[in-house]
Ligand binder design. Structure first.
Ligand SMILES: N[C@@H](CCC(=O)N[C@@H](CS)C(=O)NCC(=O)O)C(=O)O
Length: 81
């Protein structure tokens, strides 16, 4: 995608600046709107779920068991949070 920082979408535009990478955008918005939990531990758990979801979509969790099982664990954790 021409005109974006890494040639990709999504891009968040704010005050004339561009921020790319979906997880980076999510973390920025979570911090901005105070959605990172009540303490550093909950913030770290947020990061854990984002990184696990990224592993899932990148296929990095496929080697453990099955994609369905790992998807179940990631999305179960996301829903409980
Ligand atoms: N790691 C990036 C991946 C973004 C990505 O793969 N974007 C695709 C569309 S989903 C893209 O913009 N590809 C270039 C194109 O379609 O021109 C993120 O999480 O934001």
């Amino acid at each position: 995608m021409k005109g974006t920082p890494w040639g990709q979408l999504p891009v968040l535009e704010f005050n004339g600046n561009q921020l790319a990478q979906s997880a980076t955008i999510a973390r920025y918005l979570a911090r901005k709107f105070k959605l990172t939990g009540k303490d550093e531990w909950e913030a770290a758990k947020c990061d854990e779920y984002v990184d696990a979801a990224n592993d899932l979509f990148a296929g990095n969790l496929l080697t453990l068991t099955s994609i369905e099982l790992n998807a179940f664990h990631v999305f179960k954790a996301l829903l409980q949070f």
